[in-house]
Design a protein around this ligand. Sequence first.
Ligand code: FAD
Length: 307
Amino acid sequence: MSLARNLLLRASRSPFLARQLRERRFFQRAVRRFMPGETLDAALDATATFAKFGIGSVLTELGEQVTSRAEAEAVREHYAGVLERIRKRELPAHVSVKLTHLGLEADRAACLRDVLKLAERAAAARSFLWIDMEESRYVDATLDVYRRAKAEWRNVGVCLQAYLRRTAADLDSLFPLAPAIRLVKGAYNEPASLAFPRKRDVDEHYFNLAVRLLTEAARQRAKPVFGTHDLTLIQTIRGAAAAQRLDAAAYEFHLLYGIRAEEQRRLVAEGATVRVLISYGSAWFAWYMRRLAERPANVWFVLRNLV
Ligand SMILES: Cc1cc2nc3c(=O)[nH]c(=O)nc-3n(C[C@H](O)[C@H](O)[C@H](O)COP(=O)(O)OP(=O)(O)OC[C@H]3O[C@@H](n4cnc5c(N)ncnc54)[C@H](O)[C@@H]3O)c2cc1C
């Protein structure tokens, strides 16, 4: 892992830096590149704009590591409200939640109940509930919640990270559920014993997992979503899907708001199914530092906002 990436990921966990930088105007200006605004209204309006271009959305309120049950319940109610707004405005939007934002660490059983409630609300809104994947210490708990939720609701998906050595085995164990999987490379700081340290190995693992997902999709045993901005990978995946004679609706590409905007539209024009993940809320520090770590050159963008 590069030194810059390592430092940025460490910084993402610093409450001191979060306090220092969140109030700085130049930092707030720089973060705007990755989110349409802090409010839900800004995210919903961006969703409506993307819809005009045939691009769906996935909405997520920034926040993680909630340890009080009351706070977790407020997060659940917030997302229930989001799904209600999606239903009323008939927007082509999914939602994506972090289980530690829904209090996974405070009370796992309550967190599962919240996920089940949100899956029910998502079904009523003709939407879909995605579960993010966080640090490796949460993978078992996250997959456990996912398995239970998927047993009751069809419209639930989970994220898997290609950088983790365990992911191929996790994917195999999920196939009997006909899972919806958002495959990403992985955004956290993990030891080499758990995650491939070399980018080349992560990319290769990603492609192998993608092919397995497409093969299962061809048998209607999986709904794959590829969460990546890696254009080479996207083209290779499209080629592999065409070789399987998969319909473009059988799999999707999800990209983050503000990254590769032109390619998002080009992919749609070429017949691919594309969604943009739109983050909003005020708790953006840790999340933004992870975006910088993915491409340390983005730090220059922050510095440019200083002048
Ligand atoms: C929809 C979606 C959901 C995600 N959910 C999760 C999750 O639940 N858990 C998790 O661990 N990770 C998640 N991630 C993040 C993911 O793990 C990667 O860290 C991130 O997507 C960067 O990897 P990449 O696949 O784009 O490939 P890379 O090889 O890192 O990047 C490919 C190219 O994309 C461009 N690019 C990538 N990142 C950026 C950036 N931040 N700014 C500007 N350009 C960039 C660069 O030009 C780069 O050369 C998600 C990503 C997406 C798109």
